[in-house]
Design a protein around this ligand. Sequence first.
Ligand code: PDD
Length: 300
Amino acid sequence: MSIAFLNDSYMPITEAKISPMDRGFLFGDGIYEVIPSYEGKLLGFNGHITRMQEGLAGIGLGLQWTHQEWETLCTKLASENGNGNLGIYLQVSRGADSKRYHAFPQDVKPTIFGFTFDIPASPVANKETAKRYTVSTSQDLRWQRCHIKSTALLGNVLHFQEGYSQGNDETLLYNDKNELTEASACNAFIVKDSVVITPPLDNQLLPGITRNMLVDILREDGSIRVEERPVTMDEVRAADEVWITSSTKEIGAVVSVDGVPVGDGQIGDIWLAAQTLFTQHKYDLSLIHISEPTRQAEIS
Ligand code: PDD
């Protein structure tokens, strides 16, 4: 039985109950995080919590938990749930009001919820065993604040379902300029002529912790060139490699886009080099110096 945290206590997940008046339920008015924990070791913890705090501040939700308080919660949730390979889900909503009214309520306590779910073991940099992802593409029809990790995910859910219903693992999204933004639950990269390219951080995409860590690790290592710049869908279709990144996938090699093979249809050499470096350095905090999503400050 998995153990969850709700407001002030730990309990079996089946006993965790919230009010139907909770604004998270009524409006999707909340912020969430998913933090991987491998055998009790949290990956990218500071980046995740900083992003959550920036998201909470960004929607005017004044919860003042410190990194230490979040760490205590995450560590306890991981240990209560067996310290295996876990995704730790954290959610803060604006709480349960007595009425349904759009304006922010006064004096309502935020709802804090955490639970864990099983994730695959830490990915291994091996072309033979790595999962081969396939994706669809679709025009990005979500809102203009995609840098906020909001629980209002219907836009993402509908886009995910487009790819899923066609037998694919994800949906790559593009804006009205035919530029790649991200995927419905991942960031996206292409590789062309050995250069790794990913769209720059702005309001069209989530500042993914995996994305930011990967960019930092590759730049620090220096053997692979990285560019953060707009990527057109024509470039995606002509790419040698396409990757999707997220906390539960690390770097996912995409082998087909809309049914058309990427490059030669095999997992590429740059993926192998990048996943090898990521595996080697992902806990190395001295390397991952700019992965904090304070880069959101650059978002206009
Ligand atoms: N998804 N973009 C979107 C829209 C996402 O939902 C996610 C993560 C990412 C990757 O971010 P990160 O590297 O910080 O996990 C990019 C999570 C895992 C989810 O919703 O389950």
